[in-house]
Design a protein around this ligand. Structure first.
Ligand code: NI
Length: 392
């Protein structure tokens, strides 16, 4: 029987874990009960457990029985939930108001638990599998913190792999591409300072509303006129605050904020430079002053070529060649990027959609599809076994 076949027989148990985690969501660096739950299960299967990195991370160390090699491979899942009020009305709905597993990290955690259990029972490999359960993917950069705290010094990996469920692809399909998978997620806040005054005497003021409007318009040209049409770049202004309830007062200040996203590190640098230039130059034309706060977000998550090919082959073996597709890079963020900045590896997408109109990620109506738990787990198992069976 295939690994997938064996795991399918145990899906009742995997579903119990997934639903328990779904009912008990915890957010960035507060995954205390989740961390205990994961660590207790791993220990119950005789897996060596390391805790304490990035506050709540759990790393399971599974050693093969086929030899004494210290070659290692990392499999990573994220454990955190989101600040969302769940509206699914499912029996296993969140028990914590305002918190919800709306991105399926409950499923990711359960799939890696299922794989860990199988790998600990079989240990049919020569080397070490590191099962990485990280906190704070949805902001907070738990992956970054783990890498900064020396994850790869403590747990040397030849390659590290990540996976995310995808409601927009049919259940049991997978998708991957080499190079960028997700975007860098920098954000900005700009304060425009002019000269307030009477709305009937605009010539005596420096009108920050007109100035900010021109800045917003000019920023849109960064995508159409600064970067090549073939490149993927996003500039979105998501807030604009100015004025009071008065209809006859021009305010002294205006504030705008938003996000700038790219797939390439060099474009990320260029966009920040051009952004600052446009904001300052337009403000200058109006005689206004600006304060720019630039917040560095996650880098682009970049799959390395050989490890991508490897993952694709394993995916084809597990779900069938006809169910593995090329992935179109997304402009969302993913903090697995920090693992891939430090080590070779690849991030793969696992389809979990039941219908064409399934709620998307981060929707209050979203729920992880338990049918795909054995699929993701079988991918992890075969990835680790196949990797460690290769010659180093
Ligand atoms: Ni997610």
């Amino acid at each position: 029987m295939t690994v997938l076949g064996k795991l399918k027989e145990q899906n009742k148990e995997f579903t119990t874990w997934r639903r328990h985690l779904h009912q008990n969501p915890e957010t960035a660096f507060e995954e205390v009960n989740t961390s205990d739950y994961v660590a207790n299960l791993l220990e119950s299967w005789g897996i060596e457990v390391h805790r304490g990195m990035a506050k709540t991370a759990v790393v399971g160390v599974i050693r093969g029985k086929k030899g004494s090699s210290t070659r290692g491979i990392g499999l990573r899942a994220d454990m955190d939930a989101l600040n969302i009020f769940e509206e699914t009305n499912l029996p296993h709905s969140s028990k914590i108001p305002g918190k919800m597993h709306a991105c399926g990290h409950d499923g990711h955690t359960s799939m890696l638990l299922a794989a860990s259990k199988h790998l600990a029972e079989t240990r049919d490999f020569d080397g070490i599998v590191y099962a990485i359960f990280q906190p704070a993917e949805e902001g907070g950069g738990g992956g970054d913190v783990m890498v900064q705290e020396g994850f790869f010094d403590k747990f040397p990996c030849e390659a590290v792999y990540g996976m995310h469920n995808w409601p927009w692809m049919p259940a049991g399909t997978m998708a991957i591409c080499e190079g960028a998978v997700s975007a860098s997620t920098d954000s900005f806040d700009v304060k425009i300072v002019g000269k307030g005054g009477h709305a009937a005497f605009p010539h005596t003021t420096i009108d920050v509303i007109v100035c900010a409007s021109q800045i917003i318009s000019a920023l849109q040209h960064l995508v159409s006129r600064v970067t090549a049409p073939s490149e993927s770049v996003v500039v979105s202004v998501c807030k604009f605050h100015a004025g009071t309830s008065a209809h006859n007062v021009l305010p002294e200040t205006a504030e705008i904020g938003g996000t700038v996203r790219t797939l390439k590190p060099e474009l990320r640098v260029l966009m920040e430079e051009k952004f600052r230039h446009v904001v300052k130059t337009v403000a200058d034309a109006y005689g206004a002053q600006v304060e720019i706060k630039w917040h560095k977000g996650y880098p682009s998550c970049i799959n390395t070529p050989a490890e991508t090919d490897f993952a694709r082959d394993v995916a084809k073996e597990v779900v069938g060649e006809e169910k593995v597709f090329p992935f179109t890079p997304m402009m969302g963020g993913e903090d697995f990027a920090y693992f891939l900045e430090a080590c070779k590896g690849a991030y793969i997408i696992l389809g979990q959609g039941k219908t064409d109109s399934d709620p998307g990620l981060h929707s209050p109506h979203y729920d992880f599809n338990d049918e795909v738990l054995p699929v993701g787990a079988a991918y992890w198992v075969r990835l680790a076994e196949t990797w460690l069976a290769q010659k180093s």
